[in-house]
Write a protein that binds this ligand. Structure first.
Ligand code: ZN
Ligand code: ZN
Ligand code: ZN
Length: 563
């Protein structure tokens, strides 16, 4: 998959528009919405932002919930609302999220604030942190952790002081946000934070020195909150994460994997075990595994005769044999028994990461009532957007947010420093519209969602809707099975490893990171502690069992995020 990050600046308003009255701008917005012209709409949003104030923000927020979901209009309005720079408008944006927190639009507005680089956004975020629960509160804390101003430290410490013992995840987020801003590490100890802050409130907030990391992956840019979540993963026993790769008679001539998730895990420094499909079919046990990743591979019948030469394209990424009459045809599709074992693995709490062709080979066979495969798509670049309401989903964390520094401004601006031109005058300087472009491989099957109530769309593409009979999903997740031990499936339409820029590479890696973090958080209630000592039945493990690192203490079971 090629994932190109296009950072589009909001169009500036035409000269003179700033002097227009609110009523006139409201009129312009209505006209732009009626015309369906994205450029006009961008201009109308920018003019309202330049005017500023709670009423201007209110005009946009009022339209946000009326816009058709999954449309360009919807995202222009969401970004417009999140791009305000003044405190009174941002306070109104915060109220909207607090009051309409259950609506997809409110969630998406909160997560669009991630791309606003002004410290004044704390006016929206602090009330959300204080008054919302679950994902919304966590999302606000994560963003506040980048705003290095004393008022934010005050608010984070005050929030920490009000947490209960049962607020484990919120406490960890608060501790991470405080560490990000201050560079100090007092964990969740309120006494230590309060004591330290008393003596340091007047000093400059320098931020946390990131741990030196040179994996060349999205891991290098994570904040303190995510960093802590990841630490548990690097200490796992290699048996916890299993990659199933393709196998063929001749590795030199044929790599039957279209992708190598094991290389990504290696680069990220996550212990894992690589097995071949044959190992799995022969009974490789998943009893201690929390995640199974399956490489997209050539599983359809194909000829491996060394004398045959590839001729014309025969479809399904295969070529007709030429120059030889002897053929040696192999097929590596999962057996029915293997499908059944993977289905049971997930329904008993396991996490399964799949891409592209694995949809047909495995997912639609294991869960035909939930997902299916649609028309084969042509090779194409398509625009990727979060599904409405999902911009803050934990598997999309970091996918649409460029690394950025927050500009200290508004009432937070240090006294006595001359600012020639405040950055908030130019929206391009502090708000980026992020859209990704995904490369779809030739002959990838569209994802058909059969049960909307159980399959969550994460990423969608308006371009895909047009070419794939309305099947616009680029990434989906679902939790099949019954009872408290359900695992999860994350399926993406295309691949790792074909991206052209670091931004796009990191975007897709962040989805895998989010999935691994979630799996690790659920592990405690699903799996027994890793066994020590050699295990004869597990052939093909990457490391000698006796070299396996110590198992990290089991996590507390995660609370379901409150709605
Ligand atoms: Zn593939
Ligand atoms: Zn041959
Ligand atoms: Zn042949």
């Amino acid at each position: 998959m090629r994932l190109t990050c296009l950072v589009l600046a909001l169009a500036l308003c035409p000269a003179g528009a700033a002097e227009k009255t609110l009523a006139a701008l409201k009129q312009d917005l209505r006209k732009a919405l009626a015309s369906g012209d994205a450029r006009l709409l961008g201009q109308a949003c920018a003019a309202l932002r330049t005017l500023g104030g709670s009423e201007a923000a209110g005009v946009l927020l009022e339209q946000v919930e009326k816009a058709p979901a999954q449309s360009e209009t919807y995202w222009l309005l969401i970004d417009g609302a999140a791009s305000f720079g003044d405190e009174s408008a941002l306070t109104a944006v915060g109220r909207f999220v607090v009051e309409r927190g259950k609506s997809p639009a409110a969630r998406d507005v909160l997560f669009a604030l991630e791309r606003n680089r002004l410290s004044t956004k704390s006016a929206a975020l602090i009330p959300i942190m204080d008054e919302c629960a679950g994902e919304l509160a966590l999302g606000a804390v994560r963003q506040l952790g980048e705003v290095r101003v004393p008022e934010v430290v005050d608010a984070l410490i005050a929030r920490l002081a009000r947490t209960k013992d049962s607020d484990g995840e919120l406490r960890r987020y608060l501790a991470g946000a405080l560490a990000n801003i201050t560079g100090e590490h007092f964990g969740t100890s309120i006494v230590n934070w309060e004591g330290w802050w008393k003596g340091h409130r007047g000093r400059e907030l320098t931020g946390r020195k990131a741990r030196e990391r040179t994996t060349g992956t999205a891991r290098d840019e994570v904040d303190a909150i995510r960093d802590e979540q990841i630490i548990g993963i690097e200490k796992l026993s290699p048996r916890r994460i299993v990659v199933i790769k393709g196998k063929c008679v001749d590795w030199e001539r044929f790599d039957h994997n279209f992708d190598h998730i094991e290389h990504m895990l290696e680069q990220m420094d996550f212990p894992h075990t690589v097995i071949t499909k044959e190992d799995f079919e022969a009974g490789f046990a998943l009893a201690e595994s929390m995640v199974v990743c399956i490489n997209c591979m050539m599983w359809r019948p194909h000829c491996v005769c060394p004398d045959c030469k590839p001729g014309e394209d025969a479809g399904n990424r295969l070529h007709r044999c030429t120059g030889c009459n002897r053929h040696d045809v192999r097929e590596y599709k999962f057996s029915g028994a293997a499908v059944e074992r993977l289905k049971r693995f997930v329904e008993a709490g396991g996490f399964l990461f799949t891409e592209d062709w694995v949809l047909e080979e495995l997912l639609e066979r294991a869960w035909p009532e939930l997902v299916g495969s649609g028309p084969k798509l042509p090779e194409k670049n398509v625009k990727a957007l979060p599904a409405p309401g999902k911009a803050g989903h934990r598997y999309l964390e970091g996918v649409f947010r460029p690394p950025q520094d927050i500009v200290v401004t508004g009432k937070h601006r240090p006294k006595g420093r001359t600012v020639v031109r405040p950055p908030e005058e130019d929206v391009r300087a502090y708000f980026s519209r992020a859209a990704h472009t995904w490369k779809i491989d030739n002959e990838s099957p569209a994802i058909v969602v059969k049960k909307k109530s159980e399959v969550e769309l994460l990423l969608t593409s308006p371009d895909l809707a047009r070419i794939a009979r309305g099947n616009d999903a680029l990434a989906v997740t679902f939790r099949p099975g019954k009872g408290p031990r359900k695992g999860a499936v994350l399926h993406i339409l295309s691949h790792f490893g074909k991206q052209t820029s670091q931004d796009s590479e990191y975007g897709i890696q962040n989805m895998l990171l989010g999935f691994l973090i979630d799996a690790n958080a659920q592990r405690g209630r699903v799996l027994p502690p890793a066994r020590k000592g050699p295990e004869a039945e597990e052939k093909g493990t990457k490391e000698e069992p006796e070299e396996a690192p110590e198992e990290a203490p089991e996590e507390e079971p995660e609370e379901e995020p409150e709605e």
